[in-house]
Design a protein around this ligand. Structure first.
Ligand code: ATP
Length: 295
């Protein structure tokens, strides 16, 4: 995994040409559980996560066939996309979609889910093209990045449906291109899928990417239901972009802790080696940054 750095070439891509998901190609590429999910693609919405949270509240929990209750909602334009803590997400340079997954688990067993989703997304990019998989790193708890530049953000919201039942609504914003105007507007360097993929096919590429993500999410769901995050922790740490690097953890822009990042434990806590010993940090509202970098 390459070390994260702020050094990056100037963005060269412009916004992608209008792309469309091919529903027939998408269906044909889905395997296992993902084949049974409902697929919904719309032109525009406020937030696909907000839409699915509402849908989950309305959907009765039918024992036995809950697999068919899995839902994808993708919007070509999101007008009120959100990141963690209500931060805005700009989707115009990429794909924005959400997946609602029923999980027959008590809330205490959800630890590590957001890291498991990040790992599944990184694996999906690897499935699409190993050149991409090679450069994509994870930033705790669940960003994907290339050389310290954000490629994708993940927002997970849970909707309780009973004592051992919860819907996980997984929102993903994945930049297809690295867009200079968006970088200027956000004041930070970004990454895009196409920067590593010469000859990315705008016609089929997004559909193939989406299929790979859905297949990996379905596989992650099954594995997570069986064993939780623990068996994934080692692979997550191997993809950790900041492993063995000095980092700081911020809350509302203020530094809460500093130390060396040492990967994650079986519950998805960040292992931070500090002057006073090894700390296990729960994700909560903390943001990880390389040492010396502000909010
Ligand atoms: P954290 O480390 O806490 O995840 P973050 O600042 O990356 O911090 P997120 O909640 O993951 O926060 O994502 C929201 C932030 O992402 C916004 O505040 C904005 O700076 C940035 N952002 C918005 N749209 C995009 C995009 N398309 N690509 C990359 N970054 C974006």
């Amino acid at each position: 995994m390459p070390a994260a750095s702020n050094h990056s070439p100037a963005p060269s891509s412009s916004l992608p040409p209008a792309w469309r998901i091919d529903p027939v190609r998408l269906r044909a590429a889905l395997v296992d559980d993902a084949r049974q999910w409902q697929l919904e693609i719309v032109e525009e919405t406020g937030s696909t996560n907000a839409d699915l949270v509402q849908a989950c509240r309305r959907t009765p929990w039918a024992e036995g066939d809950m697999l068919q209750a899995g839902m994808l909602r993708l919007a070509y334009r999101q007008t009120a996309g959100r990141g963690r803590q209500g931060r805005p997400w700009q989707g115009q340079a990429g794909m924005t979609f959400s997946v609602a997954m029923p999980l027959a688990l008590p809330p205490a067993r959800l630890a590590g889910l957001s890291l498991a989703v990040g790992l599944a997304l990184a694996d999906a990019l690897d499935d699409v093209d190993a050149r991409l998989g090679k450069v994509v790193g994870l930033k705790w708890p669940n960003d994907l990045q290339i050389d310290g530049r954000k490629l994708a953000g993940i927002l997970i919201e849970s909707v309780p449906a009973g004592p051992q039942r919860v819907w996980a609504v997984v929102g993903i914003g994945l930049n297809l291109v690295r867009d200079a105007a968006m970088e200027a507007a956000l004041g930070r360097s970004l990454a895009g899928v196409t920067e590593c993929l010469d000859g990315f096919d705008p016609l089929h590429g997004p559909t193939d990417l989406l299929a790979a993500v859905l297949n990996r999410l379905a596989g992650m769901r099954t594995a997570f239901l069986a064993d939780g995050f623990a068996p994934m922790a080692r692979r997550w740490s191997a993809r950790d972009a900041y492993r063995d690097q000095p980092v700081r953890l911020l809350h509302d822009g203020a530094v809460q802790a500093e130390g060396m990042a040492r990967g994650v434990d079986d519950e998805g806590h960040l292992l931070l080696e500090t002057a006073s010993g090894l700390q296990r940090i729960a994700s909560g509202e903390l943001s990880l940054r390389p040492a010396g970098e502000g909010a």
